[in-house]
Design a protein around this ligand. Sequence first.
Ligand SMILES: Nc1ncnc2c1ncn2[C@@H]1O[C@H](COP(=O)(O)OP(=O)(O)O)[C@@H](O)[C@H]1O
Ligand SMILES: [Mg+2]
Length: 242
Amino acid sequence: MSDTALLDAPATTALKVENVVLTFPDGEGRVTAVDNVSLSIDRGRSLAVTGPSGSGKSSLLAVAATLTRPESGQVWLETRDGVVDLATVSPRRGAELRRDQIGIVFQQSNLIESLTAREQLEAMAWLGSRPSRAKRRDARERADELLCVVGLGDAAGRSVGALSGGQRQRVAVARALMSEPSLLLADEPTSALDSESGRVVMNLLLETAREFEVALMLVTHDATVAARCDAQLHLVDGAVVQ
Ligand SMILES: Nc1ncnc2c1ncn2[C@@H]1O[C@H](COP(=O)(O)OP(=O)(O)O)[C@@H](O)[C@H]1O
Ligand SMILES: [Mg+2]
């Protein structure tokens, strides 16, 4: 499909992955981590990616995150500046996209212990720029708003080191939403949490995707969670299995 064809498609398509192949060196040969995978996610919709360990879930997510470049295939992302093929962007442009248009939540929250919850979010808005006073104020307002959305309005001024695992992951979700991304990627975001905290974080991801009209790609090993997503993609040995 050409660039133009996606523009003609319903305007709600946020991510379209086509025939992506990714291999890694493996001893004498190579292992196919992603084997000709295609998918698409509309804004406000969620896709669960499931499959056994080593089936390519994280590799597929890394491609969509511009963290890994595939050997072949296209990864169209609808951005504020038009449609971009993530499979061929430069490392520099990829970093910009991760800062401005793609939210990522990993297994561990990767927060800076010494910062407050609010500062974690504000720092996202400041990355790579020297913020004006107005920009700082906007970032602070948005940070506080998002912390309320994730149920941590009261914890905005607390340092992350003092928060529970579940609260940290909620800060990580809020941080991922700071840039108003069109795509939210989450790789087993609750696997380090107890089941109740995990449930809260999952609800949050599914609800915010809908409410903020973000396309959500969610790697999970939990069939119940997968069933709550709008669509599911099951991988075995890197390939999609119906
Ligand atoms: N950086 C890497 N170097 C070499 N092989 C890798 C690398 N990342 C993933 N792989 C291999 O790719 C396959 C898919 O891995 P991964 O995407 O991590 O699966 P999952 O997330 O489903 O557990 C596995 O065979 C894994 O060993
Ligand atoms: Mg993985």
